[in-house]
Design a protein around this ligand. Structure first.
Ligand code: NAD
Length: 498
C-alpha cells in the first residue's frame, strides 16, 4: 500500500510510524500517511532554519516569480488535485474544484508581494534625519490545517508566508493528506529552494513539537475550537505569534419580505453543500414569524428530498459522504439528541443508503423545525447535513440570538429591506456577514476571520492581514552628518518643538 511521506528539505522522507487513510465513500483504507514523531519534526525545523537566510535575502520580485509558476502548475494539475480531494474527503469534484480555485486566488494575491511589502517613508523627520519602516519576515513559521479544505486552507497560509520571505512547515490533516501534499510538491517543482517549504504529516505529537520549538516563530491554525484554543494558549505561552481559527454555528436570518425561493435555493447549497462540513456552512435558519418559517419549510422539503447523494468521486451529485465513521456517528448522535430534546425532524436523512456503497459514511439531508436556544443541536457545531430552524418574533430577537451565541464566524440576512440590512450588518457580532449571500467567504484580497470563539488571535487569515501576520515592522531613522558639521553632546530627549 502506498504511503504519503513527509516533504523535508525538498526530499520525500519516510516515517517510522504510519496512519491509515480511508475513502469515506467506500469505508476502505486506500493508502497510509506518515505519522511524525518529534525527531521528524525537528528535521523539518532544521531544514527550514537552514533555508531561511538565503530566502530572506531573495528579492521579493524573485519570490513572486515562483508564485507565478506555482499558479500555472496548480491550474495544469487541477484535475488530479480535485480527484485526490474527492477520494479522501468525499466532497464532489465540482465542490473540490471550487475549493481549489479559491485556493489559487491566494497564490495570485501572493504574486503581488513586492507591492504588498512596500514600507512607509518620511523625509526630514528631524534636521537631516529620514525615517522609514519596512516589513521583514519572521523566520520559520508553521501551519496546521483541518480536513475539510485540504487544498484551499493550506493555500490561505504558505503562499503569502513564503512570498514574504519566511520558510514554512505545514502539518495537514491526517484524514485527507494527499491533496495538501500534492499541492506542496507543485510549489517545490515551481522552483522553490530546498527547505523553504516542508510538510510533515501526523497528529498531536507533531503539532506539539512545533508549538514548543523555539525556532518556530509563528503558528497559523485552522480547525475545531477546543484545539484552536489550546494551540493559541500553548503557542502564545511559548512566545509565538499565533492565529487560531476555530469552529462555527452560522445563522441565516430570513425576514418576512425575503424572496423565499431564492433564500431556499441558496440555503440548500449553504447548508448541505460539502455535506455540511464547512466552517461557513449555514446550520441555523432563524425565521422571523411563523408564516416565514412555514413557507421556508414547505419550499425546502421537496428540494431536500431531491438531493443527489453518492460517492464523492462521481460527477453531477450534490453531496458525498461524511469524512469518517467516527464523525458520521457523532452527527447521528446529534440528530438523535435533537429528536429527544423535542425538536421536529421534518426531513430525516439517517436511513439513506447509496447502492453499491453500503460501507460509505453517508447521511442524507436533515431539517429540524422548532429548535430552541437551549438545545445542544443549536448550541454546538454539528458539521453535518443538518439545518435547524429557530422561530423568532422580530429582527431584534434574531440579532440577540446570534449575538448571544459563542461562535461568530459567518452569518447572512435574507431581505429586500435596505434599512434592516444596514442595521444587521452594523450591529451583528460576527466576523463575516452576507446580505442575500449565505456563504460570505471573503475573496483573497480581503481577509477571512470570525469573531468570538471562532478565532483566537488578532489578525485574520489571508489577504492584507496575512502580510502583517507573516512579517514584523522595523522602523529605521537615519542621518548622514556632513564631515564639517559640528555635533555636540545632547542630553535632553530629542524633539522638534522648541
Ligand atoms: P481538528 O481540530 O480536529 O483538526 C485540525 C488540525 O489539528 C488537524 O491537522 C489535526 O491533526 C490537528 N489536531 C487535532 N487534534 C489535535 C490536538 N489535540 N492537538 C494538536 N493538534 C490536533 O479539526 P478538523 O476536524 O480537521 O476540522 C473541522 C473543524 O475545523 C470544524 O470545527 C470547522 O469549523 C473548523 N474549520 C474552521 C475554519 C475557519 O476558518 N474558522 C475553516 C475550516 C475548518
Amino acid at each position: 500500500m502506498s504511503v504519503v511521506s513527509h516533504l523535508i528539505n525538498g526530499e520525500l522522507v519516510e516515517s517510522k510510524r504510519t496512519l491509515d487513510v480511508t475513502n469515506p465513500s467506500t469505508g476502505k483504507v486506500i493508502r497510509q500517511v506518515a505519522d511524525a514523531d518529534t525527531a521528524d519534526v525537528e528535521l523539518a525545523i532544521s531544514a527550514a532554519q537552514a533555508a531561511f537566510p538565503a530566502w530572506r535575502d531573495t528579492p521579493p520580485a524573485k519570490r513572486a516569480q515562483v508564485m507565478y509558476r506555482f499558479k500555472q502548475l496548480l491550474e495544469e494539475h487541477a484535475d488530479r488535485l480535485v480527484q485526490l480531494v474527492s477520494e479522501e474527503h468525499g466532497k464532489t469534484p465540482e465542490d473540490a474544484m471550487g475549493e481549489l480555485k479559491r485556493g489559487i486566488e491566494n497564490v495570485e494575491y501572493a504574486c503581488g508581494v513586492p507591492e504588498l511589502l512596500k514600507g512607509e517613508y518620511s523625509h526630514n523627520v528631524g534636521p537631516g534625519i529620514d525615517a522609514w519602516s519596512n516589513f521583514q519576515p519572521l523566520g520559520v513559521v508553521a501551519g496546521i490545517t483541518p480536513f475539510n479544505f485540504p487544498a484551499m486552507v493550506p493555500l490561505w497560509m504558505y503562499p503569502m508566508a513564503i512570498a514574504c520571505g519566511n520558510t514554512f512547515i505545514l502539518k495537514p490533516s491526517e484524514k485527507d493528506p494527499s491533496a495538501s501534499m500534492a499541492v506542496a510538491e507543485l510549489l517545490q517543482e515551481a522552483g522553490l529552494p530546498k527547505g523553504v517549504m516542508n510538510v510533515i504529516h501526523g497528529g498531536r505529537e507533531a503539532v506539539e513539537t512545533l508549538l514548543d520549538a523555539k525556532a518556530v516563530k509563528a503558528i497559523s491554525f485552522v480547525g475545531s475550537t477546543p484545539v484552536a484554543e489550546a494551540i493559541y494558549s500553548r503557542g502564545s505561552a511559548a512566545g509565538k505569534r499565533v492565529q487560531a481559527l476555530g469552529g462555527a454555528k452560522n445563522h441565516a436570518v430570513v425576514l418576512p419580505d425575503a424572496d423565499l425561493e431564492n433564500a431556499a435555493n441558496t440555503l440548500m447549497g449553504a447548508a448541505y453543500g460539502s455535506c455540511g462540513e464547512r466552517c461557513m456552512a449555514i446550520s441555523v435558519a432563524v425565521c422571523v414569524g411563523d408564516e416565514t418559517a412555514n413557507r421556508l419549510v414547505e419550499t425546502m422539503l421537496p428540494k431536500i428530498a431531491q438531493l443527489k447523494v453518492g460517492p464523492g468521486t462521481d460527477k453531477g451529485l450534490d453531496m458525498g459522504p461524511l469524512v469518517t465513521a467516527e464523525h458520521r456517528n457523532k452527527v447521528l448522535g446529534f440528530i438523535e439528541e435533537g429528536v429527544n430534546a423535542g425538536a421536529t425532524l421534518v426531513a430525516d436523512g439517517r436511513s439513506l443508503k447509496v447502492a453499491g456503497h453500503e460501507e460509505g459514511y453517508f447521511v442524507g439531508g436533515c431539517l429540524f423545525d422548532n429548535v430552541t436556544a437551549e438545545m445542544r443541536i443549536y448550541q454546538e457545531e454539528i458539521f453535518g447535513p443538518v439545518l435547524c430552524i429557530v422561530r423568532v418574533g422580530s429582527l431584534d430577537d434574531a440579532m440577540q440570538l446570534i449575538n448571544d451565541h459563542e461562535y461568530g464566524n459567518g452569518t447572512c440576512l435574507f431581505t429586500r429591506d435596505g434599512e434592516a440590512a444596514r442595521r444587521f450588518t452594523d450591529a451583528i457580532e460576527v466576523g463575516m456577514v452576507g446580505v442575500n449571500v449565505p456563504l460570505p467567504v471573503p475573496v483573497a484580497y480581503h481577509s477571512f476571520g470570525g469573531w468570538k470563539r471562532s478565532l483566537f488571535g488578532d489578525l485574520h487569515a489571508y489577504g492584507p492581514d496575512s502580510v502583517r501576520f507573516y512579517t514584523r515592522r522595523k522602523a529605521v531613522s537615519q542621518r548622514w552628518p556632513s564631515v564639517s558639521e559640528a555635533t555636540t553632546a545632547e542630553f535632553s530627549f530629542p524633539a522638534n518643538q522648541s
